[in-house]
Design a protein around this ligand. Structure first.
Ligand SMILES: Cc1ncc(C[n+]2csc(CCOP(=O)(O)OP(=O)(O)O)c2C)c(N)n1
Ligand SMILES: [Mg+2]
Length: 494
């Protein structure tokens, strides 16, 4: 069997249903193999689109997103997306082509080293060895990080070799560290990050809330873990950190013992001003979660060693709404409660975060760690395809600024070609955040050009009927929402 065929068969075997790709000479064998397989091969319009789509796909399915591109410019176009996925711990398997081995380092056409993609891990596939593929895939899935596979053209057409020396370690279960006795702790707090999702299947993500709700101890979450337990639950104080809720942050400051599960303790979560003192109070549980039983085990352990606490009083928080944020709120009020909102980077990201109540995991998908403009549109396409493949019945709503929307605009073509039902909303304030003014094109004409149904909205009252219209149809819809520039509120913690 040809090695390129083996790779396609392997992906199929591991349950990969969709790959995001762009062809080129150095990757054409695998590309053709994909086209001939039952995997859905999404032809993007720019490789950055492919990697953000794979990222969105990985985040919603909690599995692996695969992208496949050619050598040289194909690979360099992945860079921002790979770093975006790395910063937010998203499993992307990035397969890139390379010229034949005899031309490597010889200034051949499109020949460059691909090391820049190996931010977490990368493999140069120098022999047709299936073990490399297996190892890369498993590392990608288990580490929740992007892994790069760079494959020279001549390797793809070779017959596979079987190297029996390699043993995959399937024993993923790690012992959950026993927490010391904390029964005297007066103000315990549980801090939950998206690491709690581990390698669970999407349907199991939906069951974590029931397990965590057994704990009568206040909990707070990082941004990507929002909705792991519904934010209306008494003990869930919501997002903590820079943009966190007043109650979550009050508890973070006042608690004398914090157990963190699956967080990277970034500066967004534990900001500079409180970092030193807060980190001292945190006991991180560094466990790899592979099943709901692992979470049950942690919860039982916490229950045993901590006192129960009365359900906390939550402070109400009222945002002073201007034109921009009122329109964001009107959108959020009118989309179905379980929608997946995918944002770009800018003021709208903060307004969405402040104004949305998250009742389910992955209620907001954003580029948290990297703040990548241009993420939103392609990521929402990946999220939608993930929903289709995994039978996730939730609407996908992409909210972008007028700046970020233009950064991967070409993917409107991918969206239209695949007739994906996504509601695209562009908040048109003719500004890039508070940095500068922005002269915009006619977004509606652009949508017309791509064959996407669209509307221009000035009046807030037109938001609701247009969302209704979209919900009744089975196709993409673009709403360009004119809004006035509005300053962001100051972060709660710096
Ligand atoms: C790729 C990239 N370039 C630059 C930035 C810096 N940046 C952060 S937000 C922003 C402006 C975003 O403007 P827009 O997309 O219109 O969103 P708005 O703030 O108006 O909601 C810029 C330039 C970034 N985050 N990502
Ligand atoms: Mg703007």
């Amino acid at each position: 069997m040809k090695f390129s065929d083996y790779i396609v068969d392997f992906l199929l075997d591991r349950g990969i249903k969709t790959v995001f790709s762009y062809p080129g000479e150095q990757i054409i064998d695998i590309y053709k193999g994909l086209e001939d397989s039952s995997i859905r091969n999404i032809l993007v319009r720019h490789e950055q689109g492919a990697v953000h789509m794979a990222d969105g796909y990985a985040r919603i399915t909690n599995y692996v997103g695969v992208c496949l591109v050619t050598a040289g410019p194909g690979a360099t176009n992945l860079t921002t997306g790979i770093f975006t996925a790395y910063k937010d711990s998203s499993s992307i398997l990035a397969i890139t082509g390379r010229c034949k081995r005899k031309y490597i380092n010889k200034n051949y056409f499109q020949e460059i080293t691909i090391d820049f993609l190996n931010i977490y891990r990368g493999y140069f596939v120098d022999k047709p060895d299936p073990n490399i593929i297996v190892r890369a895939f498993n590392e990608c899935l288990n580490s929740k990080k992007p892994v790069s596979l760079n494959i020279p053209k001549d390797i793809g057409s070779m017959e596979i070799i079987v190297d029996n020396n390699y043993n995959e370690n399937n024993n993923l279960k790690e012992k959950i560290k026993i927490i010391e006795d904390n029964r005297d702790v007066k103000k315990p707090l549980i801090l939950i990050g998206q690491g709690i999702y581990g390698t669970l299947k999407y349907r199991d993500l939906m069951k974590i809330n029931k397990i965590l709700k057994k704990l009568n101890i206040p909990l707070v979450t990082t941004f990507p873990a929002r909705g792991v337990v519904e934010e209306t639950h008494n003990y869930n104080l919501g997002l903590v950190g820079r943009r966190g809720t007043p109650t979550a942050n009050r508890y973070l400051l006042e608690s004398n013992k914090i157990i963190s599960i699956g967080t990277s303790l970034s500066y967004n979560t534990i900001p500079e001003g409180i970092r030193e003192n807060t980190l001292k109070k945190i006991t991180p549980l560094n466990v790899r979660i592979n099943s709901l039983d692992d979470i049950k085990c942690i919860v039982e352990e916490i229950e045993k060693t901590f006192p129960e606490v009365e359900s906390p009083e939550k402070d109400t928080f009222i945002l002073d709404l201007g034109d921009y944020s009122s329109k964001v709120l009107e959108i959020l009020k009118n989309i179905p409660e379980d929608s997946i909102v995918v944002t770009d980077a800018g003021n709208h990201t903060v307004f969405v975060s402040l104004l949305r109540m998250c009742k389910l995991p992955r209620s907001i998908i954003s580029s948290h760690g990297m703040g990548t403009m241009g993420f939103g549109l392609p990521a929402s396409i990946g999220v939608k395809l993930g929903c289709i493949d995994y039978n996730i019945q939730r609407e996908v709503i992409s909210i972008s600024g007028d700046g970020g929307f233009q950064m991967n605009l070409q993917e409107l073509s991918t969206l239209e070609e695949n007739n994906l039902k996504i509601l695209l909303i562009v908040m048109k304030n003719n500004k890039l955040n508070s940095f500068c003014r922005l002269k915009n094109p006619d977004f509606n004409k652009i949508a017309d050009g791509y064959g996407i149904d669209n509307i221009y909205i000035e009046d807030i009252d037109d938001i609701k009927p247009n969302i209704r219209y979209y919900l009744r149809k089975n196709k993409p819809y673009l709403m360009v929402v004119e809004c006035e520039d509005e300053k962001l509120p100051e972060p709660f913690l710096q």
